[in-house]
Design a protein around this ligand. Structure first.
Ligand SMILES: N[C@@H](CCC(=O)N[C@@H](CS)C(=O)NCC(=O)O)C(=O)O
Length: 110
């Protein structure tokens, strides 16, 4: 019994020690992409490098999702269009610029 408790406590102590970094929540990221688009691939690669798994709306075929993107992006018709916690960030260049300015990590950490 005593051994069992000690084992549990050791497990719990290790887990709690890791909790602050492991349990950090991330912002909700949405990206509208087309499958042939190199800018989309660049943006997705940067997000993946940041550990972000975005909601990816594939709009190669157009349709209502594309119309939704244009409305949310205030008329922007190119892909990608990226949103962090519902806020329009822009395209790939804008995402890269945010990262270069050291501001992307803060936006991604909710
Ligand atoms: N500067 C933009 C360039 C985006 C761009 O030119 N995307 C192309 C696809 S790679 C596009 O949307 N072209 C018009 C279209 O496919 O309707 C960015 O960084 O996101």
């Amino acid at each position: 019994m005593c051994l069992h408790l000690r084992a549990w406590w050791r497990w719990a102590a290790i887990d709690f020690a890791r909790a602050p970094s492991d349990m950090r929540s991330m912002a909700r990221v949405e990206i509208y992409t087309k499958d042939y688009c190199p800018y989309c691939r660049r943006a997705l690669a940067l997000l993946a490098a940041k550990g972000v798994d975005p909601m990816n709306y594939e709009i190669s075929m157009g349709g209502p999702r594309r119309a939704e993107m244009i409305e949310r992006a205030h008329g922007g018709t190119t892909v990608p269009q990226i949103f962090i916690d519902g806020v329009h960030v822009g395209g790939c260049d804008d995402l890269m610029a945010l990262d270069a300015a050291g501001r992307l990590d803060g936006l991604l950490a909710a």
